[in-house]
Design a protein around this ligand. Sequence first.
Ligand SMILES: *Cc1c(COP(=O)(O)O)cnc(C)c1O
Length: 366
Amino acid sequence: MTDQIRPQPGIMDIALYQGGASRVAGRSDAIKLSSNENPFGPSDKAKEAFVKCAHSMHRYPSTDHLALREAIADVHKLDVSRTIIGVGSDEILHFLCQAYVGQGDEVVFTEHGFLMYRVSTLAAGGTPISVPERERTTDVDAILAACTEQTKLVFIANPNNPTGTMIPLAELERLAVGLPPQAILVIDSAYAEYVEGYDGGAELAGRLPNVFMTRTFSKIYGLGGLRVGWGYGPQDIIDVLNRIRGPFNMSTTQLETAEAAVRDQDWIDRCRNDNTRLRGWLAEALAEKGVPSDTSTANFILARFTSPQEAEACDAYLKTEGVIVRLVTSYNLPNCLRITVGDEPSCRRVAHLIGLFKVQFMAGNA
Ligand SMILES: *Cc1c(COP(=O)(O)O)cnc(C)c1O
């Protein structure tokens, strides 16, 4: 490399994203609770659609994604012309930054917000602005206070990852209404389906001119490996994003599998109910063993330990026992572990192991 060949400003400030670990050396039976995946996987109908696609792979995919967009619009009662499909919601977040953010522009998110907000902001040449939360919960007043004439986007995950907390729709609306006129509120609703009766901000994104919602098939739909997400918002924002979207960004396999998945809402209801039950059980079991957590609204629990050392020691101990959870030091939560709600045996195993760990750790520190 010569020193004349340089990337755009900001690019070298991006830390490489570390995904949740998926392996423990020497074990083939590891339980992965580190990436908020649905332990039950996708619906059988989605799997059947995926297999069927093997016969049509010589054909180029649709460029307007209309069949999937119509399925989404049907199920969620949305205006189909205001939907857009991307390679995971990550791609939609990226489009938003690419389209609305340049040098000198600011993008606001919360101190324990999703790491991709920072990555996409820096990739677009913008300046990330991190705002404090209150007790690991989004603080609307702090966000409003951080906005300036340079603010172009405000990203809120609701429920948030990795805290698991959320704020009410009325608070999101208050935030949207209070933003400076050039700023868009992006509600990242990756975990919305886990919250009974919550629309993920769809109604707000349909009504207000500065609210955009992103969704994903990676979490409750059990299709993280397929890479499909979508967005919904004002028509003029959708039109802007479509100009930078590659015409063939989605494969036929992605489109047809996701379409079958979204049409099978019975599967989603079952997964939500199982998650709610097991999440409650796990939170209580951990609390009994001296590991508290905030009430989670998603498919994971942010378990709090007494120190970063204890969290790291517990993470290491769980690994030796073949259970992979997530240290969230990179989210400024060094004394916490994020634990995905797995199936029932996984929940029982992780709770049991953490109980054993706590006893040993307390004894060691006594
Ligand atoms: C998992 C997750 C996503 C989903 O990303 P995809 O690219 O759709 O897989 C988006 N936002 C948050 C906060 C997440 O935790």
